[in-house]
Design a protein around this ligand. Sequence first.
Ligand code: HSE
Length: 429
Amino acid sequence: MERVRVGLVGLGTVGGGFYELMSRNAGHFEKKMGTSVEIARVAEIDTAKASRSVPRKILAEDYRRIVEDPEIQVVIELVGGTDTAYDIIRSAIEAGKHVITANKALLALRGAELFALARRKQVELKFEAAVGGGIPIIKVVRESLVGNRIDRIMGILNGTSNYILTQMSEKQLPFADALKQAQEAGFAEADPTLDVSGGDAAHKISLLASFAFGGWVDYRNILCDGITTVTPGEIEFAASAGFCIKLIASAVLVDGKASVAVFPALLPDRHPLALVRNEVNAVFLQCDFLGPALFLGRGAGANATASSVASDLGDLVQSLILHARRGGYPFDPSRALDLYPDSEMEYRFFFHFITANRPGIWAAVTGRLAENGINIESVHQKWEDPSKPSDLYVLVDEAREGQANKALREVCSESGISEQSRFYRILPL
Ligand code: HSE
């Protein structure tokens, strides 16, 4: 029986999960593919800790023992971060090895260079675990849906943010308590600012959009708003109007260009993504032939992520054994995707104005919205303590984002209206 030899770098949460999966399920590769897969070496800086689960004879402190081993065909990078992880992946590719990673931050930052290098060296750089945790969505957009034009992607791609919004909405938990629970459960990034600022979702949607639409999307060029400003009052008002608030990673083709963005949005309660709770991730695709399709599963945590790493390994085993697909997928990251201007995107909006309590405030708000051609659907004021600022919630008809931004700036320039006022985009069913 043929054998594929693998080197694993990093035995933290995800690396440990993957090692356990292989200890339990390596036999599946033999049964399903007729090939045995051997974890030939594990590199981990903390060798003392690693030796509790990994035999000493295959343990190494230095990842170079893997990269320089001519017998190892596949390197799995699960150390995270963007410094050492970059050195590991780059040197593994240079050495002619196929690479699997879960590192969305690194791929979003330096993927254009690493994918191009992998192509030149005729090896695969695979990353199923980097987007949507255990949901096999990269394979779906690259292979399963190859016959379709994908017109729209709407994703819940950050488990931590979704967990926080769910807990705030269902249990009236304060933001900080919900974040702490997500950290304790191991969903959050080492730096949780990446989760709640939308940065982690931006890394993931830029990768997903790149491969769904066939051109590189640099995450630094996309609109990215997180959930730190979302208040319990906004969630409560949205619920009373039939919406929930979700952090949405969106990519849509408009006039042949891509609009890619991350923002907290209002979704109708009946929207399929409205039902996605806690750390669960989901990707909703709109395709020209398939139509709508929903993919849902655990988006964070050791086991779900390990499942996707194993899926990449299964693919590599298949192509190594069949001696097929040297050179990987013909994806050219040097071609940047044309981005559609954010200011031209059209949405219904939910404005939240934080205002003083005195005559003329409604007139200023409605006047400025009207001057900008924005049509009001409904207005609701939450005014509990006259000595404190009040919350003025306004739902408006479809408008361009540029109009909404200009109107918001102008309203905020009026006296008695806080600069913290903001809007959310409302997404259709
Ligand atoms: N911190 C990420 C999340 C998990 O909360 O979704 C891994 O991508």
